[in-house]
Design a protein around this ligand. Structure first.
Ligand SMILES: [Zn+2]
Length: 463
């Protein structure tokens, strides 16, 4: 995936090169020929750059902005499925009441996508915003970026690489996939501006600046009230943090990226933000099967998710916690479960989080009550009773239970009083495993949770 305005902002900001072209009369057919010629000329360059050949020919299609907007909006997600997903995101605190994830996502993609690769098709699509303008230098780097995706797909089918994971894993993999494409296409951009590929330090200083710029932009978007928590920030961050991750992993021989990254993908976003965790394989997994299996039959599991560092960071920022980075980077593992009460259709939210140390878990514990009050739009009274944790109940249905014990914190939101003690008992029994040990200990495959299919249901492409 390649975002137009990211390229424009980043390039004008960092390279200080003005790439304006005088508008000239060009039809979309003229542009099509230009793009096809460029694609043909880039094949051998990318093969050399990436150190492996294309297995199949790549086809390039040019579409107008209007055509692309229709493609985005004409998806098959039903109205009911969209409502369900929005309800889940609101319950989890990733979306504000009344917001529509899908509308925000479509809008962002329509406005900002410059090109995309459709997985499994060997086909690149270019989205032309203005057919009167000739192909720009930035447009050329978009083709390079999408061709890297095409090459990735020919060696490691992207669709299967991303299948059947919960969301934090999905995001971690997307960061790696986009990171490689962006790292390489950015150096190509340097080449077309300056005439030659640049050294590692030059390219990486670009991404350090890009991270700062993206964080600044997300903060200002938030302050301006553009609360597109899930749909927007994620996209921007792929292109600044992903390349940093790839570079860190292949620091010794960075132009010939080790294929092992794609055969052993990162599985948590914390590995992206802290690459040493990828190399050290310190990831923890949680076993919450007992909780899933023991709930009262009047409850239905609506969604099981893993927030991970990036989503937690995003959520804390969204609810005005200025320490979002410091708090989120202490998260070791988590599992979020949304239940639906079959009797009145209301949603309950249980979130088990495991932290690096007690200081980190305390920081999260202290930040959560204000967050929930903002999310619910209520002021909860002081904690009522303990049950070892803290229970906040107002006069209406809003009920929050938080419990911390050294490195874990769990929260139960909107619980019914009858079910509380049972859920507390189950959550106290949650076990954690280091990756790899889980299968061995349990003698079975680690459970595959319901994947939050936010992106792939709607858009099966890599921009
Ligand atoms: Zn991409």
């Amino acid at each position: 995936m390649k975002k137009l305005s990211f390229v424009l902002i980043a390039i004008s900001f960092l390279l200080m090169v003005n790439c304006d072209h005088q508008p000239t009369e060009f039809s979309i057919n003229d542009l099509r020929n230009d793009y096809v010629n460029l694609k043909n000329s880039l094949v051998s360059e990318i093969e050399h750059f990436r150190g492996k050949p294309f297995k199949r020919n790549i086809t390039i299609y040019v579409c107008s902005s209007d055509e692309y907007s229709r493609l985005i909006t004409e998806n098959t997600t039903s109205v009911e499925a969209k409502k369900r997903q929005n309800d889940i995101l609101i319950c989890e605190g990733l979306l504000h009441k009344g917001q529509d994830y899908f509308g925000s996502q479509s809008s962002a993609l329509s406005n900002e996508t410059a090109g995309f690769y459709k997985d499994g098709t060997d086909s690149i699509f270019v989205v032309v915003k203005d057919a009167t303008k000739k192909m720009s230098l930035d447009d050329q780097s978009v083709i390079f970026h999408e061709m890297i995706h095409a090459l990735q797909d020919q060696y490691y089918p992207l669709k299967s690489l991303l299948a059947s994971d919960c969301s934090d894993q999905y995001f971690a993999k997307i960061y790696a996939i986009e990171g490689e494409a962006e790292l390489m296409s950015t150096n190509y951009l340097f080449k077309i501006y300056y005439g030659s590929y640049q050294d590692q330090a030059t390219v990486m200083s670009y991404f350090s600046d890009a991270e700062i710029e993206v964080e600044r932009m997300l903060d200002s978007m938030h302050l301006a009230g553009n609360a597109l928590v899930v749909s927007q920030p994620m996209y921007w961050m792929y292109y600044s943090y992903g390349p940093e991750f790839i570079n860190a992993i292949v620091n010794e021989n960075w132009l010939l990226i080790d294929n092992n990254i794609f055969s052993s993908m990162p599985l948590k976003t914390s590995e992206i933000l802290h690459p040493s965790r990828f190399t050290n394989k310190r990831e923890l997994l949680l076993d919450v099967n007992t909780l899933n299996n023991s709930i009262d039959s009047s409850y239905v599991i609506y969604d099981v998710d893993e927030f991970g560092e990036v989503l937690l960071c995003t959520m804390l920022r969204e609810w005005d916690n200025n320490s979002y980075k410091v708090i989120a980077d202490g998260l070791d593992a988590d599992k979020a479960i949304v239940f639906r009460d079959a009797q009145d259709d209301s949603l309950r939210f249980i979130w088990y989080t495991l932290w690096e140390n007690e200081t980190k878990s305390t920081a999260f514990f202290n930040s959560y009550l204000p967050l929930v009050q903002k999310k619910w739009g209520v002021t909860l009274p002081d904690a009522q009773s303990d049950l070892s944790g803290r229970m906040f109940v107002n006069d209406q249905k809003n009920r929050l239970y938080i419990e911390q014990d050294s490195t874990h914190v769990f929260t139960i939101e909107n619980y019914s009083p009858e079910s509380l003690q049972g859920w507390i008992n189950q959550l106290r029994g949650v076990k954690s495993y280091v990756r790899g040990i889980a299968k061995e200990k349990q003698g079975k495959k680690y459970p595959v949770f319901i994947k939050k299919r936010l992106v792939r249901d709607n858009i099966t492409q890599f921009i």
